[in-house]
Every structure is written in C-alpha cells, then in structure tokens.
Design a protein around this ligand. Structure first.
Ligand code: NAG
Ligand code: NAG
Ligand code: NAG
Ligand code: NAG
Ligand code: NAG
Ligand code: NAG
Ligand code: NAG
Length: 821
C-alpha cells in the first residue's frame, strides 16, 4: 500500500471547460517515411493505426492562429499527452518534417528552425528511416534496424505519463504553467535517488527545486531501478533485485478496456484519469492521487525550507472544488502581478513606514481587521504573553514593524504572535480557536495628493508600483505595455487631481465609493472623444463613441458609452452597478475602464474592440470560417457562464444578441453591455412589463409575468447559437414573409437535413458530429419552459462534447409574436 490511507477513492467525471477542434486533416498512416512533413493548418496530424492518438499540430482553444506541436487523444475530447518546443505554440503555417539526420525538425513559416530532436537521437539506433505513431501514445523514430527506436516521445515526458512509459532515477514530469499555457510550471513529480516518488515545487525563474510536499514511502537507496507504468496499467517502483513496490491505489486492479493517464496538474496535484474505451462519451473519471491538501502540505514544507508556500508572500491559499487551490490577497493587499495569481500580494500602502508612526496611528490612520479562518504560519518575531485579544491587537497596531498578529486563547500555541512583513504561508482553512488580525491603512487619503482616492483598475496594476509617484520618479522607460498603461492612467489622474476645483469637493467624496474603476470628468471625455464625434454604434442605452484617453502616457483607444435612458434618481443604483461591472474580469467580457457621473450625465468607458460586433462579422459579405464560429460560440458561452455563476454578484445579461458580442483583435468573443439591464429595469415603473431585450431573442417568460432568471440568457444564447451556425439573422423577411430561424432549424433538424443550415459550408459539413451537437444544444436552449433549458454550465459542457446532449429536443412552439418594446 503506497498511497495514503486517507486518500479516498472518489471517482467523478472530470469537467473540462475547454474544448478543442477535432483534427480536420488527420491522416491515418502507419509508417511515415523520411521526407514527409505536416503544415500547421486546420489541426493537421498523423493518426495511430487504430486512430486513438494523433501526432501533429493541435490548435489552441481561442487562438485561431496558434498551434501546439503535440500528441493527443484523437477520439476523446482534448487532453494533450505530450508536447514539443518547451510548450511554446507555433504560428499557422509552421511545419514539421522527418529527416534522416536530425529526426523531427519543426520550423516556422519562414523556414527557421524552432525545435528539433538532433541532440536527443540515440546513435546506436542508426539513421532515421521512418516515424511511427503507436496506439500506445508513443511516437517513435525508427532506424533501419527496427529494434531500438532512434528517438521516442515516451523518453521525453511532459506533464503526463501513459501506460508503457517509465521514469529512470532523476526522471520526472513537470506541470504546465496553467490550463492553457504549456510551458513548464511550478511543480514536478520525480523519482529521487533514494528511490521515492516525490512531488515538489520549483522556482520558475531559477529552476531551483524545494523539497517535496508529497513523498512516497518507498525509499530504498541504491536498490532502485526505475518507476514503471506498464502497458496493463500497473504502476510500481522496480528494484534492482526485481521486486516491485506497488504504486496503485489500494484494492485497485487495472483493466485493459480503458484509456488511462497520470497527470501532474498545473495546480500541483497528481491525478489519475481513466476513460472507458467502449463508451468514450462518458468522458474521463478523475482520481486524485496526492497530495490531500496542497495548501497545508505546502505551508508546512515551505516553512521548513524557506519556500514561500504555494501562493507567494502575503497571499492566502484556499482549497476549492476538486481540491484546486486559489490564492487570494487579504483586504488592503493586491496581486503583485495582476496576471499571476500565485506570485504573492503587495500591500496597497507603505506597510513599514515608521516616520511619525505613533502620531499617525493616533489619528486613526491604521486599523486592525480580522481575517477569518486564516493563519500565516511561521513568521513570528515576537510573542506577547497575553490572554487579552485587545492587548494583542493594540500591540500590533502600535508597532510599526508589525504586519499582523495571530491570537490563540488556548491550546499549545496560546498567546499573541506578532508577524513581520511579508506574511508567509497563508492558509485559509478553519483554524478553530485562532484569530488572525491584519494591519490595514484606513482609506482616507483625500488630502494626500500622492494617493488618489480612486484605485487603478486592477488590470493595470503592476509589481513594484506602490504609488503612482514612485513610477514617475523612477521614470523607467523599458517597461511593458501594462505598466505604460498604468503610468498613463497614473499621470493622467494626478494631472486631473491637481485640476480639481473647490466646487468638485462633494464629487470627490463620493468617488471612494467606486472601488475598481477610474473616474473621468465630463470635460475629459468630451476632449477624449473629440466632442463626441466618431460614433461606433447605438444601443438600447445610448450612443457609443470612439475616444482616445491620453494623459501624458501613450494614448489608449476606448469606447465611451453615453447613457441616455438613465435618470438621476437611479443614482444609488448607478453606483452599485458600476461597482459590480467594474469588478468583473474575464477574457470573454469587455472590460469597464472608467465612468463619469456629472450632473445628468452618465457615461461608461470601455476597452475598445477593434474587430467590431459579431453581427457585422456573421452577416457581412464573407462567411466566417466554421472554426472561427465554433470558437466564438464557445467564448460567448464561457463569458456567460462567468456572469451567471462565477462573479461575486450574479449578472443576468437580458440582451444577448450578436450586436452585443464584440470581437477583440484576436477575434475572441467579448460580451458587452452586461450589468446594464438592471439599471434600465430599475428605471421603469412597471418592472414586470418592462420588456428588456431585443425582438427575436427574448425569452417567452418576459411576456408571461413569470420570474426572470438566468434562463432568459440561455434562451437568447440559443437563438444566437443558431445564428452563428447558419450565419443568418434570427428573423429575416423573404418575399414579405418573416422567416423565423428557430422554426426553420427545427424543421431541418427533424427532417435530418442539417446540411441545408450551413449552406454548402464544407468545413462545417466535415464536422457533422459537432454541427449536430451544436444544433441540438441550441434547440434545448430555446425551449419555452425555462426549466427544460440547460444551465450555462451544462451548455458549456455539451458544446465541448463533454456532456451528452439529450436526444429529440421538443419543438418549441414559435411564439414569435410581434413584440412591442
Ligand atoms: C513499416 O516499416 C517496417 C520497416 O521497414 C516494415 O517492416 C513494415 O512492414 C512497414 N509497415 C508498413 C505498414 O508499411
Ligand atoms: C483548411 O482551412 C482553409 C481555410 O479555412 C480551407 O481553405 C482549406 O480547404 C482547409 N483544408 C482542409 C484540408 O480542410
Ligand atoms: C537543431 O537545433 C539546434 C539548436 O537546438 C540548431 O543549432 C540546429 O541548427 C538545428 N538543426 C537543424 C537541422 O535545423
Ligand atoms: C507499438 O507499441 C507496442 C507496445 O510497446 C510495441 O510492441 C510495438 O512494437 C510498437 N509498434 C511499433 C511499430 O513500433
Ligand atoms: C506562457 O507563459 C510564459 C511565461 O509567463 C509566457 O512567456 C508565454 O508567452 C506564455 N505562452 C502563451 C501561449 O501564452
Ligand atoms: C504489468 O505488471 C503486472 C504486475 O506486475 C503484470 O501482471 C503484467 O503482466 C504486466 N503487464 C505487462 C504488459 O508487462
Ligand atoms: C479624513 O481626513 C480628514 C483630514 O485629516 C478629516 O477631517 C476627516 O474627518 C477624515 N475622514 C474620515 C472618514 O476619517
């Protein structure tokens, strides 16, 4: 028994939110002779004889022009089991060739070498004569002798082990950086010289490895040969005397009729997946091998050998669903690098500032707040022997070096433990009887010109930038775009602050109520848009103008929305909504950058989306490619799922339609106008009759006095999905008759004539399984009875092919009555 006893065998179906286009140009081939090549286009690949595995270019989700040179399961959605080029994707038009001397050679579209196997070839295997994609998932280059491969992917594992693969001493697999970034990440699983399998963290920049947070019980120095995952699925450590140390879960016997793999996830968890070969649609089952609680294991380990835990300084590790951990910053702190969750947090104020500290503390500049269920371990510099919690809090507050204190009334760590900065190894996990008190600075900086009382949008925050002033004084030029943006806003803001007049005093007070977005005054936006000159579009809420924000830094292109249907008495709601909208951050949403509220004027400032709206894209002169459309549908659904389930305040969009889906420079779908429906609804006297939304996309319950739920968005998404599939508007007039897309689709579906929907789109027709799946999902979404419609989460899974789409969606009687709006 090698696996932890406490490790319960809980198998559950893995939910994979991303999906991948199936290879369009896959070729079944056994021997791939020297001289053959593949070009990175449409996911081209060579398949193994039974078609289980594909070797070639795997298109990255949401990245139409980037491909990973990889091996993946060709029949089951997604998982990549091996990748080349250190996980760096290559552009469309790159190619790979099999050569006799160098083996595999990957080149960019200009023919420059990107990666090759020249240094990895086994001399005793001879010159390469052909390649072979085996049904085991191993790609081998064979020489003429045909015995030992000259090179094989199994000898160069990435983050996955497959049956048939083994690791020598010091051999390892490395996690990738994130779900979507395949470059080497922070965790590794390796066979140590003393014969243990060990999970450990590594420092990404230096490659230094810290000691393990999970270690098997198999140490047998000098006697260990290798770690074996044999073709029947047995896992063991093989000893020199031929004995085996079992690494399989207790009581588990592998079977031949399943695909299986062992993966070190990007969050440092070792997971064993299996999937029946017979019913592939069941998807993957997941079993967590180790560790049990990565937050706690790592906090303990890190404290022993000076690592910074799993989350970095000042950050708190929280275990969530599927034992995935997240790192969060405590109140008054924010991510050092807003794009990297585990790089730690920085205080939003100068923490150790002992100048006039006592005096400033007296005036109430700092306070002590409780952080529930959390402790930061092993960073105490003083223990105050007090059983009085208030004494503990005061002691920390009065001490300019104290960052926080942990107080325990009874137990072995009784007393008040003062912690110095930075706080380390933070774990949030029900510490009973222990309270953590954190020092924060009170936000009353209205008379401190160096500290604007509106914080920057989180997306522009950058490490080493505690205040905008610092950046200005530093005057660094070689900073990346994000920092430039931040400086831009910073300069802009300070400039703006100095211009504030007495009369704006009351205005200023209210600003601190907005936490995450930037405040603009009307004059600034008037100038930014050149007097509201260039109109980008008109919607239910008013007109959108293009603008340039330029405050000393580089100009940033923005879209300024002038709200014209919001009256002044929705003042409070406006604040609430701006806050809610400002706190949403997702790659499939248009980001709110700032706002203006002056007199009757209400304006919102958004990121500018260079590729216009989905409506123009879908219904324009040229039909977008099928793959593009598939990705846009998946992007939209991911954004909606976030609005419905993942942001702190649930947001029902109420007006999903192609005009409200914008495309950024990479043609990624970004939902706009979310969060605004509520304002309009609030603004209407008869809420239940105030129909939001747009003709053709509105769910029936709007007309029926039924409660409005997230299912209205599901309905509108269904209509949108049909439009994306067919490249046709939901309602179109053909010879004076209105042709309703939903009815027509249902007829085509029922009479099995899906080809008519896509009108000779060969790409879509070749992808018939997906096409049918998409149509069925759409038909379920537009069910009249909201309870029959799937949730956005289910829609996501069904579109990705990870959940079964129930057969025979009932006909949703067309209620396409004229809508009086
Ligand atoms: C592949 O090449 C090997 C070695 O040349 C040969 O023995 C085998 O028959 C070939 N297989 C096919 C299907 O051509
Ligand atoms: C690949 O995609 C391009 C552009 O969408 C298309 O012209 C071409 O026919 C496709 N190739 C194959 C083999 O499907
Ligand atoms: C193979 O890659 C190495 C660098 O890793 C490079 O120096 C060499 O030129 C490449 N060989 C070919 C044939 O491109
Ligand atoms: C494929 O893998 C199996 C199992 O390792 C091996 O027996 C077989 O020889 C391989 N096929 C080729 C053509 O290398
Ligand atoms: C992956 O992450 C690395 C390191 O942050 C970065 O340099 C690289 O561009 C990322 N790759 C992709 C495809 O995002
Ligand atoms: C894998 O190991 C098990 C247990 O030692 C053994 O029974 C089985 O025959 C092995 N399978 C292969 C293909 O070597
Ligand atoms: C903020 O500071 C000013 C000046 O020091 C003071 O008059 C005011 O009462 C403070 N406001 C709060 C809410 O502490």
């Amino acid at each position: 028994m090698a696996w932890p006893l406490s490790c319960t065998l809980s198998l559950f179906t893995l939910i994979l939110l991303q999906s991948t286009p199936s290879p369009v140009t896959a070729q079944n081939s056994s021997n791939i002779s020297v001289g053959r090549s593949l070009t990175a286009i449409n996911g081209s690949s060579w398949l193994s004889p039974l078609g289980d595995f594909a070797f070639g270019f795997h298109q990255l989700p949401n990245k139409a022009n980037l491909f990973l040179f990889a091996i993946w399961y060709a029949k089951i959605p997604d998982p990549i089991v091996w990748h080349a080029n250190d996980g760096n994707p290559v552009p469309q038009g790159s190619s790979v060739k099999i050569t006799a001397d160098t083996g595999l050679v990957l080149t960019d579209p200009q023919g420059n070498n990107l990666w090759n196997t020249s240094n990895e070839l086994r001399v005793d295997g001879g010159r390469v004569s052909y390649g072979f994609m085996n049904d085991t998932g191993n790609f081998a280059l064979k020489g003429s002798s045909n015995s030992i491969p000259v090179w094989q992917s199994f000898d160069h594992p990435t983050d996955t082990l497959l049956p048939g693969q083994s690791l020598d001493i010091d051999g390892m697999i490395n996690s990738r950086l994130s779900e979507t970034n395949y470059t080497m990440g922070r965790f590794q699983y390796h066979l140590t010289t003393d014969g243990n399998m060990e999970l450990s963290t590594r420092d990404i920049s230096t490659g230094y490895t810290y000691s393990g947070y999970y270690i098997s019980d198999a140490a047998n120095p000098g006697q260990t040969q290798r770690y074996v995952y044999n073709e029947s699925g047995y896992m063991y450590i093989l000893r020199k005397n031929g004995s085996m140390y079992n690494m399989l879960p207790d009581g588990y016997t592998p079977t031949e009729d399943q695909h299986q793999r062992l993966v070190l996830s990007s969050d440092g968890i070792l997971i064993w997946y299996s999937s029946s070969k017979i019913s592939i649609s069941d998807g993957w089952s997941r079993f967590q091998v180790a560790p049990e609680n990565i937050c706690k294991e790592l906090a303990v380990r890190a404290a022993q050998n000076l690592g910074v835990g799993v989350c970095g300084s000042n950050s708190m590790c929280i275990l969530g669903d599927n034992n995935k951990h997240t790192c969060t910053c405590p109140q008054g702190y924010s991510l050092t690098d807003p794009n990297v969750q585990y790089d730690g947090c920085k205080p939003d104020f100068n923490l150790v500032d002992c100048e006039d500290y006592a005096e400033r503390t007296m005036k109430g500049e700092y306070s002590i707040v409780q952080i529930l269920n959390t402790d930061f371990n092993f960073n105490d510099y003083e223990r105050v022997d007090s059983r009085n919690e208030d004494d503990c809090k005061n002691s920390c507050l009065k001490d300019c070096f104290c960052a926080g204190a942990s107080f325990e009334l009874s137990g072995k760590d009784v007393g008040c433990w003062k912690k110095k900065a930075p706080l380390l190894n933070g774990v949030t996990d029900g510490f009973i009887g222990r309270n953590f008190w954190l020092k924060v600075r009170n936000v009353n900086k209205s008379n401190d010109p160096l500290n604007p009382n509106v914080t920057f949008p989180p997306m522009t925050r950058k490490s080493k930038m505690t205040t905008p002033t610092k950046v200005l004084l530093g005057g660094s030029v070689s900073v990346n775009l994000l920092l430039l943006l931040a400086i831009g806003f910073g300069v802009f803001f300070i400039y703006h602050k100095n211009q504030l007049k007495e009369s704006n005093e009351s205005q200023r007070k209210t600003l601190s109520e907005y936490n995450h977005v930037h405040y603009f005054n009307y004059q600034e936006l008037n100038e930014a848009t050149n007097g509201f000159k260039e109109e980008l579009g008109r919607g239910a809420f008013g007109v959108v103008y293009k603008g340039m924000v330029n405050g000393g830094g580089p100009s940033i292109c923005v879209a300024v929305k002038k709200l014209d249907r919001i009256s002044a008495d929705t003042d409070k709601e406006f604040k609430t909504e701006v806050n809610v909208i400002g706190q949403t951050h997702h790659k499939n949403l248009v980001q709110l950058v700032g706002f203006c509220k002056e007199g009757d004027q209400r304006l919102l400032v958004y990121e500018y989306m260079s590729n216009g709206s989905l409506a123009d894209y879908l219904f324009g002169d040229t039909r977008p490619s099928w793959i593009d459309r598939v990705q846009i549908a998946q992007g939209t659904v991911t954004g909606l799922l976030y609005l419905h389930e993942e942001c702190s305040t649930q947001i029902i969009h109420c007006d999903i339609k192609p005009q409200n889906i914008l495309l950024d420079e990479y043609h990624i779908a970004r939902i706009s106008d979310f969060g605004l429906a509520k304002l309009l609804v609030l603004n209407q006297t008869h809420t239940n009759t105030g129909i939001r939304g747009t003709k053709g996309y509105v769910a029936p319950e709007w007309f029926r006095n039924k409660p409005i739920t997230v299912k209205v968005d599901v309905y509108s998404f269904g209509v949108l999905l049909l439009e994306i599939i067919c490249c046709q508007k939901s309602v179109r007039i053909v010879e004076e008759n209105a042709e309703i897309l939903t009815d027509w689709t249902f007829d085509c579906y029922r009479s099995d004539k899906l080809d008519q929907l896509v009108n000779d789109d060969m790409e879509a027709l070749k992808d018939m399984i997906r096409l049918k799946r998409f149509v069925m999902v759409a038909l379920w979404c537009i069910q009249e009875d909201p309870s029959l419609r799937p949730t956005m989460r289910t829609v996501t899974q069904m579109l990705a092919g990870l959940a079964e789409v129930p057969n025979n969606p009932p006909c949703s009687t067309s209620f396409s009555v004229t809508i009086q709006n």
